[in-house]
Ligand binder design. Structure first.
Ligand SMILES: [Zn+2]
Length: 415
């Protein structure tokens, strides 16, 4: 299949925005590489569909399937997890069944998936907001408020065997990116559908904007997948991967990457260390494989999430257990030091290449002296520079939001 691209731009494109025509991966296995992907298993005169992609893309995927591959009824749809880029296309496939006079497809998922949908409904405006930050989307984007969530018809707990057109499919649950994950194994064709357990980037096991992820169980799931020795791996995002040895390498190096971060965080927690020291001391494993590049999540975020899973939120600084607001602290500091010396020091740090500390110093001034134009100008320039240096899309999302806020403040302040 598609060779692993080697520069950042093309990896990003392949991993997250790849939409190609359908591909026949093995006999009767149609891969629809959308955002996220769908896979149709043609089984005699029936279809099993793994994931439904996102609502906006689903009509194209359906049209491709129907025009180029099969008119058969979709008997079963499996959701690999509840994320909207994998589930909101369901209505398109259900409408197709109705229009063709086919029986309604049965939707299968893990038992924790409906609770996820309930939470998306409860927190739709918050999820809209946080997705606009994470993905640098315009104010008009409301992906969760506009989502049509089709709940599964049947759920299972640990594993489920289902047959479609006489063919056996094995569904396995594992917690990883989400708590409601399913990966699908088709033993007769040795095809593995990983869902987002494999997405051609450093695992999304640390997302700073979202709920808990599960690095260790994720690693264990990857090892369980590898033990089946798949011939084809169909990921939740990005191109298919074929070849037994390449797949072993991809699954097992990803598992080792997650385990390394997990085990180091646990060891340092057991030494009585606080999070910021753990983050600084970790020997992060290499990310030089095409499927481990930190283009989406970031290894440091994964370490934070391991700590969050096992520990509390207290950071070890007694001033922070019942803290003042950061704006009040900044006002005091600016009152004592003056805005100008702080900004001068931040510029000097920037010029010396230390954008990280420069941002912290500038942060005191933009909070402690919110009408200071120079502080906002520097804030904007610092994060514009960091956007250019950072590979992690999630980190860049926060940097973009800093630039947007600075531009809005500068407009308000005029001059
Ligand atoms: Zn996804």
């Amino acid at each position: 299949m598609t060779a692993a691209p080697d520069d950042r731009q093309s990896v990003e494109q392949a991993a997250f925005f790849y939409r190609g025509p359908s591909q026949v991966i093995a006999d009767g296995v149609v891969f629809l590489p959308s955002f996220g992907t769908c896979t149709a298993f043609l089984c005699d005169d029936r279809i099993l569909l793994v994931d439904t992609t996102v609502a906006q893309v689903a009509p194209r995927a359906l049209d491709d399937l129907r025009s180029n591959h099969s008119q058969a009824p979709i008997e079963t749809i499996v959701y690999t997890h509840g994320h909207i880029d994998h589930t909101t296309g369901a209505e398109t496939f259900l409408a197709d069944a109705q229009a063709r006079g086919h029986p309604r497809p049965r939707i299968l998922a893990h038992r924790d998936l409906p609770a996820r949908f309930d939470r998306y409904r409860l927190l739709a405006p918050q999820n809209d907001f946080i997705n606009r930050v994470q993905f640098n989307l315009p104010e008009t984007a409301h992906p969760f408020s506009n989502a049509n969530l089709v709940y599964p018809d049947d759920v299972y707990s640990e594993a489920l065997v289902t047959t479609v057109g006489g063919e056996r499919f094995e569904l396995y649950h594992a917690r990883g990116e989400t708590d409601d994950e399913t990966w699908v194994w088709c033993p007769a064709r040795r095809v593995l559908c990983t869902g987002d357990t494999f997405v051609w980037s450093s695992p999304n096991a640390g997302n700073p904007y979202k709920v808990q992820r599960y690095a260790l169980e994720w690693a264990q799931a990857l090892q369980a997948m590898a033990a089946l020795r798949p011939l084809h791996l169909l990921p939740g995002h990005g191109p298919a991967l074929s070849g037994e040895d390449r797949i072993q390498d991809a699954l097992l190096t990803t598992a080792a990457f997650l385990r390394s971060i997990h085990d180091q965080v646990v060891a340092k927690m057991n030494e009585g260390k606080w999070l910021e020291d753990i983050l600084r001391e970790i020997d992060y494993p290499p990310t030089d494989k095409p499927w481990l590049r930190p283009i989406y999540d970031h290894p440091e975020f994964i370490a934070r999430n391991v700590y969050r899973l096992y520990g509390g939120w207290y950071n070890g600084d007694p001033a922070d257990i019942l803290p003042a607001h950061s704006g009040d602290i900044a006002r005091e500091l600016v009152g004592v030091c003056g805005a100008e010396p702080l900004l001068a020091r931040a510029r000097a740090l920037r010029d010396a290449g230390d954008l990280q500390i420069a941002c912290h110093i500038a942060d005191f001034v933009r909070k402690g002296d919110p009408d200071n134009r120079d502080a906002w100008l520097l804030w904007r320039d610092l994060f514009t520079a960091r956007i250019g240096q950072e590979t992690s899309l999630m980190a860049r999302g926060a940097f973009h939001s800093a630039v947007r806020e600075a531009e809005a403040r500068l407009k308000e302040l005029g001059g």
